[in-house]
Design a protein around this ligand. Structure first.
Ligand code: SF4
Length: 284
């Protein structure tokens, strides 16, 4: 049997499709990435959509649909979820996967608590690493559990792989022990943190102090959500505070179609502008 796998809108290799491919190959079937146009040629078809705003393509009736663009509650069966991804599906030179799922926090703008539930450990790097020189971790709250975090950092350092903590780490959990473990990890991209809510200013300042002591400030950046529950004055306060503390802010507009949010994000995220022009001048 030939299994058709349709990746509707992923920006990175689709982990669920790679696991489905590995599962069906292990069962003796063929798999291939295909498009909705050719889906009819396959006895079994899976389609994955990540974003709910992506238009739905026309698909055969027997298509099995998954991904947060279709449903926040559908998950892969455990025997598929536990497969090592089939990296041959994409031209991909890095390993990709989760070692934890979920998050204890319930930030109102975030789909993770509804999609993945409470924080739990689900595995380690060896469950998805296949000899690549780079690893992209998809964990949403990796440093929630100190013991697990230190173990994962130890594995990554031992493998000497370049690492992207793609969903960021939680500055509120960061302590000196975690920072020193991070120092042993070879970084592929900057370490992301977030300052989304005004209420966590104290923890942000404390965390940046820890990053400073560990000499990790220049390897870190902070996402700043705007347009959700903060005022423009609070947005400016957060980015200027981060700048003053020596770390890079990166603005995430909640509504990309809002003129102020788009303009503010462009000012901050375009580093040549941010370094040379004040917001008041830029806006004028
Ligand atoms: S801490 Fe991060 S992952 Fe957890 S709910 Fe908040 S935004 Fe989502």
């Amino acid at each position: 049997m030939k299994v058709g796998l349709i990746d509707i809108d992923s920006k990175i290799p689709n982990l669920a499709l790679m696991k489905l491919s590995a599962y069906f190959k292990a069962e003796g079937h063929e798999t291939e990435l295909t498009s909705p146009l050719f889906a009819d040629q396959h006895g079994v078809v899976y389609a994955s959509k990540i974003f709910d705003f992506t238009p739905d393509p026309v698909l055969p009736e027997h298509t099995i649909k998954g991904g947060s663009g279709y449903s926040l509650t559908e998950v892969l069966d455990e025997d598929i979820e536990s497969m090592k991804p089939d990296y041959s599906l994409y031209p991909c030179d890095y390993a990709i996967g989760f070692t934890t799922r979920g998050c204890y926090r319930k930030c109102p703008h975030c789909i993770v608590p509804e999609k993945e539930g409470k924080f739990r450990i689900v595995g380690d790097v060896h469950d998805f690493w296949d000899g690549q020189h780079k690893v992209m971790l998809l964990d949403n709250a990796l440093n929630t559990d100190q013991e697990h975090f230190l173990r994962i950092c130890g594995q990554l350092a031992g493998l000497n792989v370049a690492v992207d903590f793609s969903q960021g780490l939680d500055i509120r959990y960061l302590n000196n022990t975690q920072a020193w473990a991070l120092k042993d990890v070879r970084l592929w991209k900057q370490i992301h943190f977030a300052w989304d809510m005004m209420a966590i200013e104290k923890q942000v300042r404390r965390g940046i102090g820890i990053l400073g002591k560990a000499k990790l400030k220049n390897k870190s950046m902070f996402y700043v959500l705007i347009g959700y529950d903060t005022t423009p004055e609070e947005d400016l306060y957060r980015v200027e505070t981060l700048r003053g503390l020596g770390v890079d802010p990166f603005v995430m507009p909640y509504n990309k179609f809002d003129t102020y949010q788009r303009q503010f994000a462009r000012w901050v995220n375009h580093k040549a502008i941010f370094k040379t022009v004040q917001w008041q001048e830029y806006r004028a």
